[in-house]
Design a protein. Structure first.
Length: 130
């Protein structure tokens, strides 16, 4: 399947508009392309007890799994900031559960970086034999 990262990024930007980020001020959206061609989005939802915050990437994965989707082909992440951030370690590990080679575009207001999960999380933890 050919991935149109421009469209995926637009969907991530739209998801970022829904973010609840009163503590960090970083509104983040993620758009996850699923194996059936559908896109599931997520945004970050912060909490005063910071450890209870959920990142946009995990929010998208959990939403997709809730819809019965298990095959993920690509991910776009957008942060409404001049700073750019790759997925955090927890998000990388969750994503690796489903596709350890997932192509990822992460972007901000100024530009974007293309990478893949294997580069961002080499030797990911797994319980399965490889």
């Amino acid at each position: 399947m050919n991935v149109d990262f421009d469209i995926l990024l637009e969907q991530a930007q739209a998801a970022a508009e829904q973010a609840y980020a009163p503590y960090s001020g970083y509104r983040v959206g993620a758009a996850l392309l699923c194996g059936d061609g559908s896109v599931v989005t997520g945004c970050n939802v912060e909490n005063a007890s910071l450890s209870l915050t959920i990142c946009a990437e995990r929010n998208a994965v959990f939403n997709a799994v809730n819809q019965g989707k298990r095959e993920f082909l690509a991910l776009a992440i957008y942060v409404d900031s001049d700073e750019i951030f790759p997925p955090c370690g927890a998000c990388r590990q969750v994503l690796a559960e489903f596709n350890p080679r997932l192509p990822i575009l992460y972007a901000n207001r100024l530009g974007s970086i293309f990478s893949d999960l294997e580069t961002l999380l080499p030797q990911a933890f797994t319980l399965s034999e490889q």
